[in-house]
Design a protein. Structure first.
Length: 181
């Protein structure tokens, strides 16, 4: 890794908690309609990965294009995507799940994933952290390293009853109807 790239990656790591632009600020109207109609009218926008914007910021936090209702945290470098990861936080259980962190090959081993995970822990303090999928063998050492000293340790854990793989954190009226609240 050359010196310039090392410097760029260090700067990007330092910006992980502070230089984050968020998009969109949710869709309050369609979320309200969805809740008021108890799900009969659901026009909440569902984006695909290709529809997500590349924001002019070192880090961005957008809707997920992979799992509806989740968020996507991403780092940008040299006008391209450097790192991307999906996550969801359950306010009832105070558990966060992260899923499928991926760093573009030329930026790998630059600490971007660890910096992103740390930034999310700072934003959501007092939570336990897990992974939503099993660990492939090539990533086991990574999870052991980043999970050291973290509550939950990023061990694989099933989603709780309040969170759906597609749908994110479910609304209170639906959880009550199901008897899960
Ligand atoms: Zn929960």
């Amino acid at each position: 890794m050359n010196v310039d790239l090392e410097r760029e990656l260090r700067r990007l790591r330092e910006q992980a908690a502070t230089e984050v632009v968020r998009w969109p600020s949710r869709e309050p109207i369609w979320t309200a309609v969805y809740n008021l109609t108890r799900g009969r009218i659901d026009r909440r926008p569902r984006y695909t990965t290709g529809q997500l914007p590349a924001l002019d910021s070192p880090w961005q936090d957008t809707d997920s294009g992979r799992y509806f209702g989740w968020r996507c945290r991403r780092a940008n470098l040299n006008r391209g995507q450097a790192f991307v990861m999906e996550y969801i936080v359950c306010p009832h259980c105070r558990i966060g799940w992260v899923d499928k962190p991926y760093t573009i090959e030329r930026y790998q081993r630059g600490g971007l994933a660890a910096a992103a995970l740390r930034a999310l822990r700072e934003e959501h303090s007092g939570m336990a952290w897990h992974t939503g999928s099993g660990h492939v063998s090539s990533s086991k050492a990574f999870w052991v390293r980043v999970g050291d000293g973290v509550e939950g340790g990023y061990l694989p854990r099933k989603l709780c009853v309040h969170v759906a793989r597609h749908g994110g954190v479910l609304p209170d009226w639906l959880l009550k109807r199901r008897g899960d609240l």
